[in-house]
Design a protein around this ligand. Sequence first.
Ligand code: 9Z3
Length: 320
Amino acid sequence: MSTDDVERFFRDCPADDSAASRVQTFLKRQHDSTGNLTRPVVCVTSGGTTVPLERHCVRFIDNFSGGTRGALSAENFLQAGYAVIFLHRRHSIQPFTKGLPSGQILDFLTSVLEPDEGPQQGVHVTESASELVSSCVQRAQEAAASGTLLRLPFETLFEYLKSLRAIAETLRPLGRHAVFYLAAAVSDFYIPWPQMVEHKIQSAEFGEGFHLELQKVPKMLGVLRRAWAPEAFIVSFKLETDEGLLITKATNSISKYGVHAVVANILETRKEVVHVVRPADTDNGGRTEIDRIARGQEQFIEKPLVDDVVRLHHRYLTAA
Ligand code: 9Z3
């Protein structure tokens, strides 16, 4: 894969360009009146990308991820004083909604609609849920009032990568004060737009079966690290199902793409334990150092995970 492949990907990319101006406006809010940056900015990516099979898309390939990792991490970065650009799969889990029912929202509500009920009239949160709901509402309102959370949705691989590039290029002037925390599950294979059929694939046109040929997505991690945002602190994620491959694959990402840390996780245990793999501080023959992060007594592992990433980012800032 060469830079030509990357150029071709974006040249053929159908998605719109609206992310850049939204990020620009958001970024202005993170500066004071004299133009100084008031807080570091992290781009948290979250949820899975889709790969369309048709331009007028009826069918698509999806990628595993509900978006819990990204949403809870975004909350913790806000708590740690970062401004957060939350690049997420549309309708995936949002910050400040963990624990709220997505499907059974009506179970949380009671309705008093009799005209003679006076001030009681209206729709109310049930007693048992009111503490959880008010905490979620309060934290969401705080983030909205402080202007420190920007939500940018994506659906397809094309939209995701186009927005990621726009964010990276807009954050470039922040240098080391920008962080990329790439928790989204991004497809490795796709159908390039020029090769994609216009309309719904017709099963009647195929005899025994339907053969699909996918191409490899050009690797963007190295381009992000070296060209789009060369000074930013880059944390990528590695998901495996075979424990035996995990640390080697994470270590390879560091040597291949030059990322500053890789969060390595196994599908089944990802909510309990992750490993943060990073280049050794001192030159000890190119080896890596590994922080094992366990959920422990915390409700969610994203708290100690983000604490670790923030610690590493602060060290990166002071090392400059
Ligand atoms: C992750 O590994 C995330 O931790 C999860 C979070 C997707 C497992 P949930 O959304 O899960 O909380 O349900 N993200 C990266 C996955 C990925 O596709 N990584 C690529 C790879 O492993 C590199 S970009 O090759």
